[in-house]
Design a protein. Structure first.
Length: 279
């Protein structure tokens, strides 16, 4: 019962297909097949080169950027995210346990790390108007650097003197740094920067998790080596063989024309005339 039902159902489908194809001529069918292949190709191309845009509110009130991250953006963002989340720079300053100098050392070490990441970027990534390079430059130059310029040198100079003071010999380092004349102002701005860097790290993680813009990469092939220059004797022999081959081809062509002229008088007519079929 099931087999007969399946056969009847299949025959109805085939009949419907035949009726549908009967409406088209041969060239209509060819055009339909071409259109189907074209649609499939465009859909596969769109899926392969799917773009995911990302919008980021930059830390330190540096504005907003929207762009399409590439695979290199994701790699650089992940590396910098790991550097930030494993350092004191992006952690909230704890006045009871943290040392200001250690935080500044952590911040200062970010500059050579980001410099290495940026120098390893390809030129086509740097030429983009918006990208990971623009993001890093803004945060480094307009977010972190102003704070270090304002506070680091003055605090380190005071800190070196405070450690040598005899009255601070038996004090904890956390208690010594609290005697800095502008301690409250410094700590306030330092905590604000820690919050912004923590937000910066989350933005980098967002970039790393965003599907990248896929681009065709050229296939790696063997580098074409320049042809070595042969010695004089070999070049002379090679030229002689080339001339001999060319002469043989010319003679073969001439013999073929003579043969065709003898076999059929119509082939001996001048070029440009319409040749008649030989009987």
């Amino acid at each position: 019962m099931k087999i007969s039902f399946f056969i009847s159902y299949l025959s109805k489908i085939i009949e419907a297909i035949l009726q549908f194809t009967a409406l088209f001529t041969f060239w209509d069918g060819v055009l339909f097949v071409i259109l189907v292949f074209l649609v499939v190709y465009l859909l596969s191309r769109k899926r392969k080169y799917r773009v995911s845009s990302i919008s980021i509110n930059l830390p330190f009130s540096l504005g907003n950027i929207t762009y399409e991250p590439t695979e290199q953006d994701r790699i650089v963002a992940w590396k910098l995210y790991v550097q930030l989340k494993t350092r004191k720079a992006a952690l909230i300053f704890d006045e009871n346990f943290d040392i200001i100098v250690d935080v500044y050392d952590s911040l200062y070490s970010l500059f050579p790390i980001t410099r290495d990441l940026l120098t390893n970027l390809s030129l086509n990534e740097i030429e983009r108007e918006a990208g990971i390079a623009d993001l890093i430059f803004r945060v480094q130059n307009y977010g972190i650097r102003p704070h270090l310029t304002k506070w680091q040198s003055d605090f380190r100079r005071w800190w070196d003197k405070a450690l040598k003071t005899p009255s601070n010999k038996d004090k904890k380092l956390q208690d010594i740094q609290k005697t800095f004349p502008k301690y409250e102002e410094l700590i306030k701005e330092l905590k604000e920067m820690n919050l912004e860097l923590n937000k910066y790290a989350e933005d980098l993680l967002k970039i790393a998790k965003t599907p990248a813009l896929l681009r065709k990469t050229p296939k790696e092939g063997k580098v074409k080596q320049p042809m070595p220059i042969a010695p004089a004797a070999e070049r002379i022999a090679l030229n002689r063989n080339r001339r001999k081959t060319f002469s043989n081809l010319c003679s073969l062509k001439q013999n073929f024309r003579l043969f065709m002229g003898r076999a059929c008088p119509h082939h001996a007519r001048p070029r440009g005339l319409v040749l008649k079929r030989c009987a």
